[in-house]
Write a protein that binds this ligand. Sequence first.
Ligand SMILES: Cc1cc2nc3c(=O)[nH]c(=O)nc-3n(C[C@H](O)[C@H](O)[C@H](O)COP(=O)(O)O)c2cc1C
Length: 248
Amino acid sequence: MNETIQTLLNHRSIRKFQDKALSEQQITTIVDAARFASTSSYLMAYSIIGVTDPNKKAELAAISNQAYIKDNGHFLLFCADFHRHTLHATQEEYQDMLTNLENTEHFLVATIDATLAAQNAAIAAESMGLGICYIGSIRNDIDKVNDLFQLPSHVIPLFGMAIGYPADSPDQKPRLPKTSIYFENEYISDDEHKTQLQKFDASISDYYQTRKENQRIDKWTSQVKQSIANPKRARISTYVKEKLFNKR
Ligand SMILES: Cc1cc2nc3c(=O)[nH]c(=O)nc-3n(C[C@H](O)[C@H](O)[C@H](O)COP(=O)(O)O)c2cc1C
């Protein structure tokens, strides 16, 4: 197994970091890895904001209710971004672009581009011996994040990423087996899905009961039902539209 595959298969989110900042060189390497991700139609419809201001980090930590957003080696905020694409357009050209920029397809394009760049950054960081944790909970107060970073139209914050030298080595969280997520030629039946999920529930229950920290009795199928049924961040749909994404 080569080192890249080993890095990928060794992933776990890190939520405790040493008090040691990343070097400029490390940040550049991580951002370069992000820049070279594949991108839909060469649009590069994303931006990354490095957050070094301790006050802004503290604000984000409060919004997310997670201390590791301020206590890490570096913090990146990934945004879907079609703003720069509009800057060279005349008023008339902009009107032609707007109809398309506002559709769901372009919302997906920018979101996918940002996510691919982020995962490249994550793998680069992990390959350098650093740990990462994605932070979706910056969306707990998306308006505050918007204002904190003065995001213009056509730019929305998607998630953050805390990066740093790990101060913890958590157990690895199991994943759905290959048979649950990879099918050949057609989608599998609900019965096949259920059989796979039953097996996965047994292994995840074991993981939750025996892991080093925060042991609990839980099953994946119960956890996801509860998670998805809970109303969450209802303001996002309106915010996204206000930023001229996903309107049609
Ligand atoms: C887009 C995204 C957002 C996430 N947001 C958070 C978050 O706000 N806080 C957190 O502690 N973990 C967050 N995570 C990490 C997931 O909880 C974690 O990846 C998942 O439980 C699997 O665990 P593992 O990464 O250790 O394998 C996020 C992950 C992704 C991909």
